[in-house]
Every structure is written in C-alpha cells, then in structure tokens.
Design a protein around this ligand. Structure first.
Ligand code: BYC
Length: 336
C-alpha cells in the first residue's frame, strides 16, 4: 500500500524510450562534463538500475542501522546520553527517507523497495549484522561506523545523479555530528576507570575489521566499481576509500589512546600510507549470505515494526483520501 505523502510522490523518471539517440548523446555529454543527471533526463537502463540498487541498499542500511543503537536508548548511562542517542537514531530514519525518495525519482516505488527488504532479497550494509553488547559499542559505532560512512559518502555528494548527490550533502553533515559523538563517548571511557578503558578497547577490537569491510570487496573482486566510476556515481574505489579511512583513523586512535587491532599496521614512507593486514573476506561473505551474528534478528525486528505500523499507513491513506475528496468538492463548488 502506498501512503500518498509529499515524500512519496509519484516517480517522475524520464519517459523517453531506450533507443532515444538524442537522449543518449545528452546523457553522455552530461557525464563527460561531470554535470548532474536529473530525473527528467534520458538515462540508460543500466545506469538507472545501478542507481536504484545502490540507493535502495543505502536506504535499507540507514533503516536497519537504527536497530543496533536503538538497543541502547533505554540503557544509556545518563539523560543527556539518552537524548543524544535518540536524536541520532531519528537522524538515521530521516536518512532512509531522503534516500528512498531519491530512489523513487528513478521509477521504483518505496513499497517495492520495502517489500524486498522485508522479504530478505535486498542487501543492506554488512556492518549492521553485528551485535552491540556494551555501551562502548555506541562509541565504536559513532567513531568507526559513522566515520567509515562519512569517508564513503563525502565523494557521493558529487554523484552524477542529482537527487542522490543532494541527499548526501545533508546526510554527511549529520554523519559528521554522529562521528564526533561516538569519538566523545570513547574519549570519556578512555579517561575513566581501568574497567571503562578495557570496555572501550574491547569494543574497538570487535568493530575495527567489520568497519573496514563496509567499503566493499577488494577492487579486483568488485563487479560494479568500474562502471559506477565511469558514470561518476562512485568517485573512488573500494580499496582507495578503505586506505583513506585507515590513514585517517591512526592519528585519531592515538588521541583516544586505543590500539587498532592490526599487528601489520605501519606507516609506509614510500607509499605515503599505512600498510595494513589482510581482511577476513570469508567473514564478509558469510554475513552477506545471511549468516552474520544478527541477520535474522534484524530482519525479524524490521518485519515486526512494519506490521505494527500498518494502522499508521492505513490512517494516513484514509486522511489523504478525505482531504482529496474535500479539495474536489471545493473545486466543484468554485467551478459551478
Ligand atoms: N555490505 O561491486 P561492489 C550508515 C555488495 S549507513 C553489504 O563493490 P558497489 C549508518 C554490493 O552491494 C551507510 N553488501 O558494489 C546507518 C554488491 O552487491 P550487488 C551505508 C555489500 O555498489 C545507521 C556486491 O557486494 N553506506 O552510515 O560498487 C547507523 C559487490 O560489491 C557491502 C552505504 O550504503 C557491504 N559492506 O560498492 C550508523 C554507501 N559492500 O548489489 C551508520 C553507499 C559491497 O551487486 N553504497 N556489498 O548484489 C556504496 O558506496 C557502494 O554500494 C558500496 C559497494 C561501496 C557499499
């Protein structure tokens, strides 16, 4: 059921046919000029498909990504921490909405995307299938997960598809606040008792490698990267972004006083980057195959929330229908 709201407005993807020669030339010119493609522009079907794939996965990640932190709202150690965490989780819901709206402009409606998520046939970021057993995990999610998200998403602000790039600008601003609040949680714990410092370090040990996996498979195993980069959707490769993130993390870890759990991590003068140890790609593929710590739990919770919210969607639809009927009545009165 589609609730008719402004954010859920009908898609206005280009109606031009697949063999529109003028449209294709214009599209190629836009990409060559590093300009924006807008929903009313002609675009190749494969470009549309890859955008719907990436943007919907991104939206699903934001929505599923609310769960690991929502788990701590009721248990945050102070009223201030509770309020901050609640605001952050609400931001993630907002990010999901901007992104579903951007995907809708490509002609796929939100209900279809949501059904794919609930049916388990859509992907979302691997990182949200890890559990959050300690309060320090709120710090690690902010510092490492939101930190990786910013690193990945700042270049996406320049994505060639206008609605996606523009949505990313606002999302990045909010992610920046999220990253800092996570860093600050860890900084407080690291200035605390030996038990608090141990909790922070243990949490960083668990989140470090999965956060590096957020950037996707290595470049030579990334089937989508080359074409997405040629279309100016992705600006940097998976490995390039991962390296940028590691280089950024090392000095921050020093400020925090935590150790990054990689014995091979060392500065390479020649490359001007940190060398790092191998990632466990078997673990990554297991999580993508649905066998992570929390895959089943995350999907079940989302299904349940969707079911529980059915009455809200029904009420919104009834209200919209009533408003439309009133507008119609008024229009008829004025016209007669
Ligand atoms: N997890 O060819 P590749 C947040 C899939 S939420 C799962 O490199 P691509 C936050 C990939 O989809 C922010 N799947 O793909 C929220 C592809 O599968 P399909 C989340 C992954 O698209 C709440 C296959 O592997 N960020 O910050 O060129 C609280 C081959 O990969 C993953 C985004 O969504 C993964 N980690 O590049 C706190 C960013 N990696 O579709 C924080 C937007 C890869 O062919 N997305 N796959 O079946 C992107 O930038 C790109 O889609 C990726 C992958 C870099 C993730």
């Amino acid at each position: 059921m589609t609730v008719p709201t402004a954010a859920n407005a009908p898609a206005f993807a280009s109606s031009a046919g697949p063999d529109d020669a003028d449209g294709r030339t214009r599209f190629e010119e836009l990409i060559a000029a590093d300009d924006r493609v807008e929903p009313s522009d002609w675009m190749p079907e494969a470009y549309r498909k890859t955008l719907v794939r990436q943007i919907s996965q991104h939206a699903h990640s934001e929505v599923i990504g609310m769960q690991p932190e929502a788990n701590w709202i009721g248990r945050a150690p102070s009223l201030k921490r509770k309020a901050i965490l609640m605001a952050k989780v609400q931001d993630e819901a907002g990010h999901g909405l901007y992104l579903y709206s951007a995907a809708q402009t490509l002609g796929t409606d939100r209900d279809t995307m949501f059904e794919q998520l609930i049916a388990g046939s859509a992907k979302y970021s691997s990182i949200f299938n890890y559990l959050t057993p300690t309060w320090a995990d709120m710090g690690s999610i902010g510092w490492l997960v939101d930190g990786a998200a910013i690193c990945n998403q700042v270049p996406l602000c320049r994505a060639s598809y206008g609605p996606y790039g523009r949505a990313m600008v606002r999302i990045c601003k909010e992610e920046s606040f999220h990253q800092r609040q996570g860093f600050e949680i860890l900084l407080s714990l690291m200035a605390g008792t030996p038990e608090q410092r141990a909790m922070a370090q243990e949490s960083v040990n668990r989140w470090y490698w999965p956060a590096l996996m957020m950037f996707g498979p290595p470049d030579d195993e990334s089937p989508n990267s080359q074409q997405s980069m040629a279309w100016n959707i992705k600006r940097l490769s998976n490995d390039g972004l991962r390296q940028r993130f590691i280089d950024m993390l090392v000095p921050q870890a020093e400020v925090l006083g935590v150790t990054l759990p990689d014995p091979d991590l060392r500065w390479n003068e020649e490359r001007g980057h940190y060398d790092h140890g191998p990632l466990d790609w078997d673990e990554f593929h297991e999580v993508l195959a649905g066998r992570g710590q929390a895959n089943a739990q995350r999907l079940e919770r989302r299904r349940q929330a969707h079911e529980d919210g059915a009455w809200v969607r029904e009420a919104a639809r009834a209200y919209a229908e009533r408003m439309a009927a009133r507008r119609e009545e008024r229009f008829e009165k004025v016209a007669s």
